[in-house]
Design a binder for this molecule. Structure first.
Ligand SMILES: O=P(O)(O)O[C@H]1O[C@H](CO)[C@@H](O)[C@H]1O
Ligand SMILES: Nc1nc2[nH]cnc2c(=O)[nH]1
Length: 290
């Protein structure tokens, strides 16, 4: 089994990054599938390929680039991950979230984490933006938690709570920003369930997820959020509902990656506009104490 990165290893990656840019980000953004356009929000941007950072994982999935983008958003220095890491790519789950630890050592205080997800709840429509209010860490509760293994208290405690990992104030700002753009009707709230993937779920699995309280399902986000919260970051999680899950085993429909990218493309600009406004208000209201 691959050994978890030590504090020193994460520090090395952060130092490598710091030596190559003068930008000192306070906000992190993780782009979901097909949502790499969020990086276009940054001005004065500088890019760093993942492959150029010793030890940093590398993205292998379509719809995910493979670089860090640094730049300013509404006057605040940000770091954007254009391309994230998924468990199904073969990485240990802690490695999928290790970039968040790197962000922490760069000085990041707030994290916006986005994803493409399938809608399970009947209240969700194609193209909705679901504010994640809670999650079900299915790999985590079955033994694959990103915090499994040695704990370094310099990042966070051995037994962190996960009661309030998604910031209410951050969510309220996002909602208000969507309202200002006339987009309130597509803003929903719900619980995101992480399933390991890469298979999309069977109808029986989806019906089970529904009974345990999942509104949307995807294959990411939870490891990054758990680690961000453990490190003391303020988190905003957003799922773009890119497909409606098929719960009926008699149905001839099925989810496809193309549908996921098409919906992401359709909503990408809306999400960018809301995130820009959200960031502006979050800075004004000092949501993440910078
Ligand atoms: O969660 P993100 O990275 O947005 O991607 C989602 O979309 C892909 C499946 O279409 C999976 O990787 C799933 O997790
Ligand atoms: N697991 C999962 N991930 C997704 N990402 C986008 N849509 C889906 C989905 O329906 N299921």
């Amino acid at each position: 089994m691959e050994e978890k990165y030590s504090y020193e290893k994460i520090q090395e990656m952060a130092d490598n990054i710091k030596s190559r840019t003068s930008q000192r980000p306070k906000l992190g953004i993780i782009c979901g599938s097909g949502l790499g356009g969020l990086a276009d929000l940054l001005t004065n941007s500088e890019e760093m390929e993942y492959t150029s950072i010793p030890g940093f994982p590398v993205s292998t999935v379509k719809g995910h680039g493979g670089k860090l983008v640094f730049g300013k958003l509404e006057g605040v220095e940000c770091i954007c991950m254009k391309g994230r890491f998924h468990f199904y790519e073969g990485y240990p789950i802690w490695k999928c979230a290790a970039p968040v630890q790197v962000m922490k050592l760069l000085g990041v205080k707030g994290l916006i984490v986005t994803n493409a997800a399938g809608g399970i709840s009947s209240k969700l429509k194609l193209g909705d933006l679901m504010l994640i209010t809670d999650h079900i860490n299915l790999p985590g509760v079955t033994g694959n938690n990103p915090l499994r293994g040695p704990n370094d208290e310099r990042f966070g405690p051995r037994f962190p709570s996960t009661n309030a990992v998604y910031s209410k104030s951050f969510q309220n700002i996002f909602k208000k920003s969507a309202e200002d753009q006339g987009l309130l009707p597509i803003i929903k709230e719900g619980t995101y369930l992480m399933s390991s993937g890469p298979t999309y779920e069977s109808p029986a699995e989806l019906n089970w997820f529904k009974t345990i309280g999942a509104d949307a399902v995807g294959m990411s986000t939870v490891p990054e959020t758990v680690v961000a919260s453990w490190c003391g970051m303020v988190v905003l999680g957003i799922s773009l509902i890119t497909n409606i899950c098929i719960l009926d085993v008699e149905s001839t429909e099925e989810p496809t990656a193309e549908e996921v990218y098409e919906t992401a493309k359709m909503r990408s600009k809306n999400l960018q506009n809301i995130v820009r406004l959200t960031e502006k208000s979050a800075v004004e209201q000092n949501v993440w104490n910078i």
